[in-house]
Design a protein around this ligand. Structure first.
Ligand SMILES: [Zn+2]
Length: 254
């Protein structure tokens, strides 16, 4: 196939791919600050690059990423008070994603993958997928919903990433994991000399509105970006792809 990016394909090429049982993978990211050293589109870029890496061997086309998504929260992404961060209303996001999925169903895709790169989207994505299946018109369609597979990382990788100092995945926003992955995959987009080790003023288990300044950090980075390396990025990238590949092969076999 000339390309697997749907946005660079003609409708004739997409039609032929569907006839050849191609599935569609929809990267879902965010438009959200990622500290002084990573771009606003970090989550969208990670989801899209990952989707590209999964496409060929699983006969998937890659959909244009969904980039305006759900609200950032202070203890998992810095929150909504940062310049550069957007957050749709939950109902707007669900409605939009549901209609995007239904569009791909209408075109004839039977194997659909939703790949989420932004923690706060999770249950909204599930809800949109559920609603898109609910009318029962697409009985032989299967949807697989993924978060990034970091909860599945082996113990030795976690140890090498965080030592004895793992703050929880929410707090590692623009931290070791994302910065390492960018240093490996997209070093052109990392301003590593501007990276900082930071943390929220208060690390709490609940949320408050209006958002207290102490619930986030000044830099927007919630953990230790300076600890990131391209070598760790490669290991993280490969561990993640292996898990996603394994699950796609099980759930959406060719
Ligand atoms: Zn992120």
């Amino acid at each position: 196939m000339r390309t697997r990016k749907t946005w660079e394909m003609t409708w004739f090429e997409i039609k032929d791919a569907i006839a050849d049982n191609a599935g569609i993978i929809i990267p879902i990211g965010a438009t959200e600050q990622h500290g002084p050293h990573l771009p606003i589109a970090t989550d969208s870029i990670v989801a899209t690059e990952t989707a590209m890496a999964l496409a060929e061997e699983n006969n998937l086309l890659v959909a244009l990423p969904i980039t305006y998504t759900c609200k950032s929260r202070p203890q998992t992404g810095g929150g909504m008070n940062f310049i550069g961060t957007h957050g749709l209303k939950g109902q707007t996001f669900i409605d939009m994603l549901c209609q995007v999925i239904e569009g791909y169903m209408r075109h004839g895709f039977k194997r659909i993958v939703l790949l989420n790169g932004h923690m706060e989207n999770s249950n909204f994505i599930y809800d949109a997928a559920y609603q898109s299946m609910e009318d029962g018109k697409h009985g032989d369609v299967k949807i697989v919903i993924f978060e990034m597979a970091f909860d599945e990382f082996p113990e030795d990788l976690m140890k090498d990433l965080f030592g004895d100092d793992f703050p929880g995945w929410g707090y590692d926003h623009a931290g070791i994991y994302e910065t390492s992955m960018f240093l490996y995959k997209r070093p052109d987009l990392v301003q590593f000399d501007r990276a900082v080790d930071d943390r929220p003023g208060e690390m709490v288990w609940y949320d408050v509105l209006p958002i207290p300044d102490s619930f986030t950090s000044e830099s927007g980075c919630l953990w230790k970006a300076k600890h990131a390396t391209p070598e760790m990025g490669k290991r993280v990238w490969e561990a993640q792809l292996a898990k996603l590949n394994e699950a796609i092969k099980k759930e959406l076999p060719l």
